[in-house]
Design a protein around this ligand. Structure first.
Ligand code: G3P
Length: 219
């Protein structure tokens, strides 16, 4: 399973990249806006840190606008993937861009039918927003499981990026289902490392070790 980090924050990306567990990055207009920097420059910096797929989202709403923006964004670096919203115009843009060799990530996906349409359009990646589905009172895990069943049943080339992850359990569920990728916020990645028994255990080992050293010194 590949791990992407869902942020546009350079420090967070660098920290997780140094741990060697990050295969890619996803951004969106909200995440870039949070950083306050010029978006193209920020994306360039991100591409210098991680050489896996880096998603950058279009903001135009028509096919024409999306395709033009995507062509410009794809010049930032060869690993840029274009996030396209799950709309009729978006799906038309996906077809055009994939034909040109520009990889797309269909975003704002909330249903199995949307997954099927995006896969048929030939998207390289599809991003179901499971946290927002959960917020809406819907069963996000069933949606993900059925989406993976659809992708696997027909051998679609699209990879599922589990997005809008809210907690560490979401990552476990995504892995159990066999999702290709999880794009994980920094805070959730931090939580995945932690277990109170690890800290307690380490503390106890070190204390016992010190005791032994004192004992040997006083012999
Ligand atoms: O990758 C999509 C993600 O950024 C959306 O997450 O937390 O805004 O629902 P969230």
């Amino acid at each position: 399973m590949k791990f992407f980090i869902d942020t546009a924050n350079i420090d967070q990306i660098r920290e997780m990249q140094e741990l060697g567990i990050i295969d890619g990055v996803t951004t969106n207009p909200s995440l870039l806006s949070k950083e306050g920097a010029e978006p193209i420059e920020q994306l360039e910096k991100i591409c210098e840190i991680v050489d896996g797929p880096i998603s950058a989202e279009v903001v135009g709403l028509t096919t024409e606008e999306m395709v033009k923006e995507a062509r410009d964004l794809s010049k930032i670096a060869p690993n840029i993937v274009i996030k396209i919203p799950m709309t009729k115009d978006g799906i038309k843009a996906v077809k055009i861009l994939e034909k040109e060799g520009i990889k797309t990530n269909v975003t704002l996906v909330f249903s199995q039918n949307q997954v099927l349409i995006a896969a048929k359009a030939g998207a390289s990646y599809i991003s179901p927003f499971i946290g927002r589905l959960m917020d809406n009172g819907q069963n996000e895990i069933d949606m993900l499981r059925e989406s993976m069943e659809i992708i696997n049943a027909y051998g679609f080339k699209s990879e599922i990026i589990v997005a809008s992850i809210r907690n560490a359990r979401h990552v476990i569920e995504a892995a159990r289902i066999g999702s290709h990728i999880a794009t994980i916020p920094f805070a959730v990645l931090e939580k995945m490392f932690k277990h109170p028994r690890t800290d307690e255990g380490l503390d106890a080992f070190l204390k016992d070790w010190e005791k032994l050293q004192d004992k040997l010194k006083n012999q």
